[in-house]
Write a protein of this length. Structure first.
Length: 432
């Protein structure tokens, strides 16, 4: 980014961050706060026992599996054809359309709700492959931790603002009616679409990278050939792939807490107002702490800061097992807000530093497959344990293994060596 002015650099990085602002409304209103509770208490109220929770967990796993399987090949195609922004647009449009259609979901429409949630989850998950892959292209190397953290912070702010608006709409304007939740889903679609525009307008499309494959190949064929080459060179990138293994493990715990918190709280008797209010607290606590984590990572090292966050998550998991009162949920929400955005932002920036810039979409495809396979195992385990025991408390305490295991694996990652390998390839292809 040395060839552009500081003013244009800020405009480009801010435009990139605004996609986090817009798309995070899906994570807050749809994925975490409103839809899980609306699904369990209204849409799927006729289902016996804890089947609503189980079906929700299984649908989450299926959506993540689809994105995980598509990620590497889509990333390779995007690098070869120079189409990161175009593919981001396609998947974002799928997600936005599915969320908009949720305005039709009413009591008893549990199958429709699950199908639309599946499509929306694939849409947002697919778009993040290319959004994350743009990070090394928009951020300067010495600024990548801060830009990544700023994206998460703006995501918390944007998602939190719309969630607050939707809470007012659900609790006060259309209290006791299904219209409030359904209109909140429509608001997410509009919000997401509008704040995607700055990225499409200002963030440049990185050039295609054909490498030694040569031009003129079918993009799918080129994608598979590029993947094969990467696997043959896996020893060259062993630090990066070992980090992916650690990330897969600890992100499983983080992702499961994000996706299952409200439906778990609902199952143990915590009311909707407390659930949504506490999640709103998480959003606004996450804003300053995400930025602080970015600075903290620069001071003590990115990897060490991530490990500190995982230790905090271990305490959260233990406390979650004993949760029984609404104020417990509020305290845990504050604790999660302290580390949720920071650990994920620093994970993204560390990976971005260890990935060759010209092949960022391909490597972020692997990052996404690690992320999504993590999301498959966690919710599936959550649902399976809940189905076998009839309660989800043991599912919560089981998550501790992901955080402790992640800390152990991270101790074996040499981040400096991984960054050195990436910088050598950047210089070789002229993207340093």
């Amino acid at each position: 980014m040395k060839e552009i002015t500081d003013r244009l650099y800020r405009k480009i990085t801010n435009a990139w961050c605004m996609y986090d602002w817009g798309s995070s409304a899906f994570s807050t209103t749809v994925e975490a706060a409103v839809l899980p509770v609306y699904f369990r208490e209204v849409v799927a109220a006729s289902l016996p026992g804890n089947l609503a929770t189980v079906y929700w967990a299984y649908t989450t796993s299926i959506a993540l599996l689809i994105v995980a399987l598509l990620s590497p090949i889509l990333g390779s195609i995007a690098d070869y054809t120079g189409s990161k922004k175009r593919l981001l647009t396609v998947f974002a449009a799928l997600g936005i359309a599915a969320v908009a259609a949720m305005v039709l979901v009413d009591a008893g429409d549990w199958l429709l709700a699950l199908v639309l949630f599946l499509l929306a989850s694939v849409g947002i998950g697919g778009s993040y492959i290319f959004y994350d892959a743009l990070l090394p292209h928009v951020a300067r190397p010495d600024d990548i931790d801060y830009v990544s953290s700023k994206g998460y912070a703006l995501g918390y702010l944007g998602g939190g603002i719309l969630l607050a608006i939707n809470i007012v709409m659900i609790q006060f304007i259309w209290a006791g009616s299904t219209l409030g939740p359904r209109l909140s889903f429509l608001s997410v679609a509009i919000w997401w679409a509008v704040f995607t525009i700055p990225l499409l307008r200002w963030v440049p499309e990185p050039p295609a990278y054909v490498g030694d494959l040569g031009a003129g190949l079918n993009p799918v064929v080129a994608g598979f050939r590029r993947l094969g080459k990467t696997f043959r060179e896996i020893r060259k990138y062993r630090q990066l792939f070992f980090f992916l293994l650690a990330f897969w493990l600890y992100n499983d715990g983080i992702g499961t807490i994000i996706k299952m918190a409200t439906i778990y709280g609902s199952e143990i008797g915590i009311g909707m107002s407390d659930l949504i209010g506490a999640l709103l607290l998480t959003q606004f606590v996450g804003i300053p702490f995400s930025l602080l984590f970015g600075k903290f990572g620069k001071k003590i090292g990115t990897k060490r800061a991530i490990m500190l966050g995982l230790g905090w998550y271990t305490l959260i998991t233990i406390a979650g097992y004993f949760m029984s009162r609404p104020w417990h949920f509020w305290v845990l929400a504050f604790m999660v807000g302290m580390v949720q955005g920071g650990t994920q932002a620093l994970s993204r920036s560390l990976f971005g530093q260890m990935a060759p810039r010209a092949r960022s979409a391909e490597f972020f495809g692997f990052y996404k497959i690690s992320s999504k396979f993590a999301g498959i195992a966690g919710p599936f385990l959550f649902g399976l344990v809940g189905q076998l025991t009839g309660s989800s408390r043991l599912s919560i305490i089981a998550l501790i293994v992901f955080f402790i295991g992640g800390i152990i694996l991270l101790t074996f990652v040499d981040e400096k060596e991984g960054i050195r390998v990436a910088q050598e390839e950047n210089r070789a292809v002229g993207t340093a």
